[in-house]
Design a protein around this ligand. Sequence first.
Ligand SMILES: Cc1ncc(COP(=O)(O)O)c(C=O)c1O
Length: 400
Amino acid sequence: MSKLKFMKPFTQQEPIPEQAKKKVMELLDSGRLHRYNTVGSELSDAALLEQDFAQYQGRKYCLACTSGGYGLHIALRAMGLQAGDEVLTNAYTLAPVPGAIHAAGGKPVLVEIDNNYHLDLTDLEAKAKGSNAKILLLSLMRGHIPNMDQLMALCNKLGLQVLEDCAHTMGGAWSGVKSGNFGQVAAFSLQTYKHMNTGEGGLVVTDDAEVAARLIMHSGSYMFYERHGAAPAPEVFEKIRLTSANMSGRMDNIRAVIGLAQLPGLDKNCERWNQRYNILHSSIALISGLDIPARDKRESFVGSSLQFRATGLDVEQIPDFIAACVAQGVELKWFGAAQPNAFTSRYDSWHYIEPMPHLPNTLKALEKTLDLRVPLTFNDEDCYLIGAVIEQVMAQFMGR
Ligand SMILES: Cc1ncc(COP(=O)(O)O)c(C=O)c1O
């Protein structure tokens, strides 16, 4: 049989909605790109984005800022992290997550994950008891949402505050509660490959007035905090405004209008991702030698990427398997790779973490884990073809 070939790029995003383009042109004409460049009681586009996202999420306060990673960094500070404090976080995440802890002056304490890519609660309890950490930075890496009822019950028992990293779960939920509404604070990313694409950008939400005020001060509000769209009352700022350092990381109006135009279509897009994910899932699940970890029915995830394990291959065969898929147009990432590459990095490549723990369960869970991006620019036929390519390549490796 001749080799199948997939021809579309895995990094192509959909066009930005027309109304955003029009607004961007108007903004360029006005020159008023800075979020505080407003007249009278007018709200800037950045402030409007905060208002709309707070409403979408069902949270009281929202800050728009420069990136998801920056949002995590200032959230840690706003939650009271002091220099040298330890912060618990999953060992399966992306480099900006331990990087945010480092930037805030904290020390990451990496917690094992289980076979389903969720935080291991037994290890969490042990590490919480063995450290001075008061915060868990829960990274919902690749959109895998654990049993949040159990996780929050344990964190409450241990007295841990939770900061949710929702870079991959915008639009997702656990048991009907939106991801990002469990912890004290949650940060979302608007970077190009996320569920809303403003190029770069972040949104941080909370119901805690003082934390929200600190977030706004840290983001560099130049005392213009009354010009925010979803902020606490001015008197809340009185207490903290002179003790919260300005770490400039503001959202600008161009990105804000791009985000504002996408928010009304977010839920529909999540359904479109899941339609593509389901096709890929049903194809890959049937391929012998590949295994997709099961997901709980209560998890409403957004299928913007799919992870599976090449259990039928030896670890040494994985680079060749990936190369064979790439030769037929299908790009896969390998979360078990010893060297950091593109958007993946195994925890043991973050050498600034000291002492570097050995986490055998995480290494095992990632050892044969492959990752497939699911852009909305792929249609149903594309997803069937990708499944067929992977099946064909796997058959060669399995000697069929
Ligand atoms: C799991 C995870 N958390 C946080 C971030 C940080 O987002 P940003 O790139 O907006 O800083 C990313 C970025 O890709 C991510 O994948």
